[in-house]
Each structure stands twice: as structure tokens, then as C-alpha cells.
Design a protein around this ligand. Sequence first.
Ligand SMILES: NC(=O)c1ccc[n+]([C@@H]2O[C@H](COP(=O)([O-])OP(=O)(O)OC[C@H]3O[C@@H](n4cnc5c(N)ncnc54)[C@H](O)[C@@H]3O)[C@@H](O)[C@H]2O)c1
Length: 321
Amino acid sequence: MQVLVTGGAGYIGSAVAEELIAQGHAVVVLDNLSKGHRDAVPAGALFLHADLSDAPSLRNALERHRIEAVVHMAADSLVGESVADPAKYYANNVGNGLALLDAMRAVGVAKLVFSSTVAVHGEPQKLPIEEGDPTDPINPYGETKLAFERALRWYDRAYGLRSIALRYFNAAGATETSGERHDPETHLVPIVLQAAAGERPEVQVFGNDYPTRDGTCIRDYIHVRDLARAHVLAIAACERGTDVYNLGCGGDGSTVLEVIEAARAVTKREIPVRIGPRRPGDPARLVASSERAARELGWQPLENDIRTIVESAWRFYERRR
Ligand SMILES: NC(=O)c1ccc[n+]([C@@H]2O[C@H](COP(=O)([O-])OP(=O)(O)OC[C@H]3O[C@@H](n4cnc5c(N)ncnc54)[C@H](O)[C@@H]3O)[C@@H](O)[C@H]2O)c1
């Protein structure tokens, strides 16, 4: 297939592009490089430096390259920034997303895989979080992802645009060529590795008095390669109609201290830790269920051991220094 990956110069998008190419598909990456890196785009993909709001470029990309399916990863995704500047998030995550759907409609591309987030559920009422659980986002980031998911349902009903939204928490780890390089970095694994490398003085842990096995928060980490496989499987699943799948690590998640311990073991370096107070709005435990994804997409995480994830991230980190 000919597949367009929006945001394919970003962390997860570049891994998706790599997986698509490995499976024999032709890939066009469209990215404005606001957050992504040109050198993250796999060599086998065609790169278009454009913004989603640039309707002529978008339409031209879909038409000229005879795109059959789109994997939509381009978005702004910083929770704190979304609270401070919701307009930016509505414009990019909803407005530009709808521009993409309109271009697809105009050209007759009818399959889309959307990278959503489990943040659409807000504070979970039970764990692990399943697709049918209530959606009540607590920040504009989650809200804008949910708004786009909802638009997708109506676009299917009215225009026959088939889509699969994938909701997950924390992508982590690296492929052989592509890894996490966010700026600012807000994700735990790269932050811990920066501390191991001496690039930051310490890792701040927000609370160690939660009702968890070591008192620190439990989160669901999925290897970026497993996520890439899920996105590729979801393209085929579009045929069956519009749907939503939650993706989880399949186990009980990892505590903050377990991630730090894994990084100490992998890097064999000191990682200074400072325990601070809890952050408001941080639930003790967040894990998603991937039971439906396993049953219906045939997906399960293959590299969900936190040490394997950290090892791959460290290999990427060392290669880039
Ligand atoms: N990283 C995670 O843990 C995580 C978890 C759940 C969902 N997601 C979702 O997965 C997707 C990718 O996340 P990521 O961590 O790889 O982020 P990222 O910032 O590395 O990648 C996003 C890419 O989109 C590009 N982009 C943004 N707006 C654009 C626009 N208007 N036009 C063209 N390109 C644009 C950026 O330049 C960047 O390369 C996002 O939609 C995010 O919400 C990420």
C-alpha cells in the first residue's frame, strides 16, 4: 500500500514509517518539523516538509502519491502546554485534523489510523482502562483527541471514511534508528537516561506515598516498536469499520522507581533521585487493557519488559552522543 504518515518525523511516527517500510509498504511522511527531526525519517520514505493546514500541499500529497491509507500522528501533545494554551491544541489537534479529513474526502482516501491517547478517559474509575469506560478528559490535550475521535465516527457515518483510533499511555524505547528526542522532554525514560548520562543533575520523583508496591506511581509503558506494529495492523482493520482500541503493556505497569532501577542496571551509572511532593491530579496507577486489541487486531506487546525498553532507549541515546 501507499501510506501517508503525518508527523512521521516525530518519535512514534518515524517508528511507524520504519515498520511500514519493513513490511513492504511505500511511505510518504508529511511533517512541519515543529517537533520532529528530518533525520528521524527513514531513508526509504519520501519526505514532504509541510503543515497540515496547507490544504494544497496535503491534497497534492494524497493525489500525486496515490495514497491508500493515512496514519495520523501529527499533533501537539504536552499536557501542561495544552492547559496554558488550549487554542493551540484545538487549532492543531482538531482544526488541522479536520483539514486532513477534508483533503482525504476530496481525493477519495477512505482509511485512517489515528494516534489517540488514554488521556481521553480522564481519571479512571476502574483499572485496567477499557474502550467502553467513560471518557471525561481533564485537560485540553485529552479533550482535543476525544473531539477528533468523535468527528471520526460522524465522518464514517456520513462519508464512509473508515478509521481506527488507538489509545495508549506512554510510548517508550527506541528502534535501531529512531528514538525519543522531545524538547522539552517530559517523559520518564529519557529523563532518567539524561540523569544517568550526567546531563541533568537528578530525577525528581513526585511522591512516594501512593498505595502502590513501592509508593511511587505506576504507569503503562509500551515499546515504540510494539506501537508501530499496532498502527500497521490497524490499517487492515479499517476495512471492518470505524473503531477504537486501547493498547496497554499487558501487565501491571512499572513504578517510577522500577524504571529508575532498570536504568541503573542497564547503564551501570549512578542516577541521583530526589523525592518531592505529589503532583496534583496524578493518579496512583494508570494502566490500559489491550484485551480487545489482542482479540480483534491480533496485537500484543512483544517487548513489554521495562528493562528491554530501557535498554533499547539507552542504545539510541548512546549512539546519538
Ligand atoms: N509519546 C507518547 O507517549 C504518546 C502517547 C499517546 C499518544 N501519543 C500520540 O502519538 C502521536 C505522536 O507522538 P510523539 O510522542 O511521537 O510526538 P512528536 O512530537 O515526536 O511527533 C509529532 C510530530 O508531528 C509533527 N507535527 C505536529 N503538528 C504538525 C502539523 N500541523 N503539520 C505537520 N506536522 C506536524 C511534529 O513536527 C512531530 O514530528 C501524537 O499524536 C501524540 O498525541 C503519544
